[in-house]
Each structure stands twice: as structure tokens, then as C-alpha cells.
Unconditional design. Sequence first.
Length: 284
Amino acid sequence: MAMPLLPDRPGGGNVLPRLAGTSRSDIVAWKDAGMAILEVRNLRARYTVSGPEILKGISFNVEADDFFAIIGPSGAGKSTLIRCINRLVEPTAGEILFFDREITKLPRRELRLLRRDIGMIFQEFNLIDRMSVMDNVLSGRLGYTGTLRSLFRLFPREDIQRALELLDRVGLIDHVDKRADALSGGQRQRVGIARALMQDPKLLLVDEPTSALDPKISREVMALIKQMANEFKVPCLCNIHDVQLAMEFCNKTIGLQDGIKMFDGPTETMNKGNLEKIYAMEVL
Ligand SMILES: Nc1ncnc2c1ncn2[C@@H]1O[C@H](COP(=O)(O)OP(=O)(O)OP(=O)(O)O)[C@@H](O)[C@H]1O
Ligand SMILES: [Mg+2]
């Protein structure tokens, strides 16, 4: 069942209907003004007061068109960094400006609204296995629908329409009624991508989306995330082990080593010397 896409809308391109309070036009306005969507300034994080500092003063900017790779050895702080951005980990110092608004001290209610604007795609997909593909995708609207309505599956018709369109876009329209655990790894990650887009995000945080997948499927999943990010005009920060995939798909790269930024720039300018610094070893 192929769902028709909506016709082009002025200024919005060929996009799905707008559901949230803030809009894609915010991203366009920020882009036209040459402003960063996300500014991270001197970010520091540690998990316990007496424990080691994990992020040691990280700064970078994400602009509207950016698809960032965050690379670095295991334990460098890549996941900690992206979790600080939606405050799953609380930074100990520094600032994070999202659409020019400082978010490290937002109170709980506003944090909930912020999280609605930031989609996440996870390494282990984080689907609810016993639920259908459709319900997993609809759960991306939880931040909007409220728990009670979603418990009774009272999703507005436009949410259902949007979920179907997204499932069509990620190639799963024939699987909407299947249980999530009946899908392959690559298909499960496609559900994860559709779920993240369902919340109409203004920023996508992606943590090792391909680590659980074989090389061919990994490439397909990265291509899909990139295509969707482009199409929905969502800037993206993507943790990734595989430098080859980073070089293939990401226009910019941040290289972390032991909580310190060793590289930040266009991926095409990254050279062997940069990689040696990031991985603290000789790269063949
Ligand atoms: N919940 C936690 N409590 C305490 N320490 C943690 C916690 N999560 C991560 N760490 C520590 O923080 C450091 C950075 O971990 P993080 O997961 O951010 O690294 P990473 O670069 O994402 O690594 P990987 O490539 O293995 O995913 C590691 O030393 C890790 O042990
Ligand atoms: Mg990690």
C-alpha cells in the first residue's frame, strides 16, 4: 500500500504535515540568518562527584544542513556527549544553546517540551517488542498525545496518517501490523528512524545506529538516515564507530579522545594525522 506524499508546500518542500508548535520554518529562518541551531560551549560532564571527568570542555556548533559524525575510541565520551544534549546526562558545566536558548538549566516541564523537539535513534533500536510496528512508530508522538490518550491508542487521525506515510518512506508499509520482534535488525532500525521522525524533531541525535547491523545493511541505514535528515531538514549528530561510514555520509566530523575534542571540521578535510590524534595510535 503506497501512501501518496503531500504536494509541495510553499517554502516547505515536499514534506509531511506539520504537527508541532514549532516548525521546520524555524530551521529555515535560522539557516537564512546564518545562525547555528545548536551551540555547545565548554561542556563538561562527570557521572559522579568524585568520579573522572568524562567531557573536558567540548565546544562546537551545528548548523541547519549539518550531518555530524562523532567519532573516537570506545569510552571517549561520544554517547555522553549526545546524551547531554537532551539532558539524559546532566552536564556539570558549560552551555548548550538550542535555537539560541540555554537548555542546561531548563525546568522539568520545559525539558519535556525540549525533548519533543529532539529525536533519538539508538544502537539497540529501543523498540517495544510485543507492540506492532505501527504502535512503535506512533509512540514517537507520546510527547504530544499524553499518556492517557496513548494508553487507549487515541491517536489523532493525522498522526496515523503521518505514521503510515513515514512507514512507507522507510520501506515498511507492508509490515505495519507485525510485531516489532518479527522484524530483522535493519527493519527494526527503520522503525526507529520512522519513530524519531514521527515527533517532528528539529534535531536528530543518533547513537551508533549501525553497530548491531552487518556492513551492507549499515550502509543502507546510514543512507536512509541521511536522506530523511535532508528531506525533513533536520540537522543530525551521529555517533559512529566506523570512520569509513562517517566519511561517506557525514559532511562534518567531531573527533573525541578521552573527553577532549581533537578534530572539528568538514569531514573531507580530516586526514591521517587527525585520525592518529583521535585514536591515539598510528592509522595504517
Ligand atoms: N552511567 C554511567 N556511569 C558511570 N560512568 C559511565 C556511565 N556511562 C558511561 N560512563 C563512562 O564514561 C566514559 C565515556 O562513556 P561513553 O559511553 O560516553 O563513551 P563512548 O565514546 O560512547 O564509547 P563507545 O564507543 O564504547 O560507545 C567511559 O569511561 C564510561 O565507562
Ligand atoms: Mg557510545
